[in-house]
Design a protein around this ligand. Structure first.
Ligand code: ARG
Length: 461
């Protein structure tokens, strides 16, 4: 059987392998709602411009509504022989309303149709992701406010560096996620132009109103060049790039959760709800959700790279290569969505071991910088000299395997005679964090202010 969509000059139907490589209905059926919305906007514009009869347009709209409810009710049979979502919908429309269905494709091609559908789909996805990331920011901020004064070790090189607060650490991710949302919003603003009416590649001789369809579909304006309209998938790439960066942030946080929950470290406890056990070792509590969040970035960055390779070197305008834009992107979007949800769940349930955090914060001479700063502030030493003096004092403590504040005043005075007992006021981890009041610093009062600012902001969005 030759294909009824273009059967005019074909004598036989496709080889089975041809169908196998060509078919996309298995994955592009996800675009059904966008496809139907695009067709309804197109048909009503065609009628408004007198290109098709009002009666035909009404039949088309009613038929499309029926198809929408058939698909959503699970009564629609998708057919591989009809290749993709566009032809499945149009063919069913013909069954439902007869010859009028054939008028829908006037002044349109599947090339501008699929570009429109996918932009609408990515736009919806961007809105969903934005709401989800906002929820994660809220979870992090609420936790941060609760633990704004909880001292934990801050690291560089994963070596104990200076004490920070748990709240401050969590708020770092709120900032990152804020920028992620900004990138996704930027992608949304740039993609929001409507390709419908570009037709196959050159535009159309029918007197269509592209501004009307653009407005009806919630786009800011029609795209300005018909070749560009059907040729580019940069809006998918940009979204995948922003999604990859967001996934990278989540992956880093997940790695920290894995480290913090290790019995060797024990800084936090995850809930049973976000932990798994072992079938052989009864004592185990494995952070599988965190490990999977850590790993799943591979799929998202992979989808970005995959599509980048599909698009590079493609001559204008449409080529079937571009059908490869969808599967990876669909997977990447649902993967990121799951990563965000799992991270929010872990955050809401996690409980820090405050005692252990504080102990760990004091290890490794983490207040050495506070001692050096004291020597500068109180004794007027140049910082480089203070650094040297502190190094010698740390050496003394380290030889005796005791923390700085356990050294005797006389021992410190052996290195720098002008040191007074007031120095002990800066050697505790709590004093250390409380003193970090510079803008953006870790002092609990800064963290509280930052968290409150964010909660107010998040409530407005
Ligand atoms: N299924 C196709 C895609 O996703 C639709 C466009 C087909 N256009 C064409 N000229 N074959 O790209």
């Amino acid at each position: 059987m030759s294909n009824k969509m273009w059967g005019g000059r074909f004598e036989t139907g496709p080889d089975a392998i041809m169908e196998e490589i060509n078919v996309s209905i298995g994955f592009d059926q996800r675009l059904y709602a966008q496809d139907i919305a695009g067709s309804k906007a197109h048909a009503s514009m065609l009628a408004a411009k007198g290109i098709i009869d009002k009666a035909d347009a009404e039949k088309i709209a009613a038929g499309l509504d029926t198809i929408l409810s058939e698909i959503e009710g699970g009564q629609f049979t998708f057919q591989r022989a009809l290749e993709d979502i566009h032809m499945n919908v149009e063919s069913r429309l013909a069954q439902l309303i007869g010859a009028s269905a054939g008028r829908l494709h006037t002044a349109r091609s599947r090339n501008d149709q699929v570009a429109t559908d996918f932009r609408l789909y990515v736009r919806d996805t961007l809105d969903t992701l934005d709401a989800q990331i906002r929820d994660l920011q809220k979870a992090l901020t609420e936790k941060a406010l609760h633990y704004s004064g909880t001292v934990m070790p801050g690291f560089t090189h994963l070596q104990t560096a200076q004490p920070v607060t748990f709240g401050h650490h969590l708020m770092a991710y709120v900032e990152m996620l804020g920028r992620d949302r900004g990138r996704l919003r930027d992608a949304r603003a740039r993609l929001n132009e409507c390709p419908l009416g570009a037709a196959a590649l050159a535009g159309t001789s029918f007197p269509i109103d592209r501004f009307a369809t653009a407005t009806a579909l919630g786009f800011d304006r029609p795209t300005a060049n018909s070749l560009d309209s059907v040729s580019d998938r940069d809006f998918v790439l940009e979204t995948l790039a922003a999604a990859s960066i967001c996934a990278m942030h989540l992956s880093r946080f997940a790695e920290e959760i894995v480290i913090w929950t290790s019995p060797l470290v024990g800084l936090i406890k995850l809930s049973d709800r976000f932990t798994t056990g072992s079938s052989i070792m009864p004592q185990k509590r494995n952070p599988d959700a965190a490990e999977l969040v850590r790993a799943k970035i591979g799929r998202i960055a992979g989808a970005f790279n995959g599509l980048l390779m599909v698009m590079k070197g493609l001559a204008l305008a449409y080529a079937k290569d571009m059908q490869e834009d969808k599967e990876g992107a669909f997977d990447a979007f649902s993967t990121l969505s799951l990563m965000i949800a799992a991270t929010a769940g872990m955050v809401r349930d996690m409980v820090p071991n405050e005692k252990k955090m504080k102990e760990a914060a004091g290890q490794g001479y983490s207040t050495a910088t506070d001692l050096a700063d004291w020597l500068v502030r109180v004794l007027g030493l140049p910082f480089r000299e203070a650094h040297h003096v502190t190094g010698r004092i740390v050496g003394l403590a380290s030889d005796r395997e005791i923390p700085l504040h356990k050294l005797k005043l006389e021992e410190m005075q052996g290195v720098e005679p002008r040191i007074t007992k007031e120095v002990f006021g800066v050697l505790s981890v709590s004093k250390s964090v409380a003193s970090r009041v510079s803008y953006g610093g870790t002092a609990p009062k800064n963290v509280r202010a930052q968290a409150k600012r964010w909660l107010k902001q998040l409530a407005k969005e």
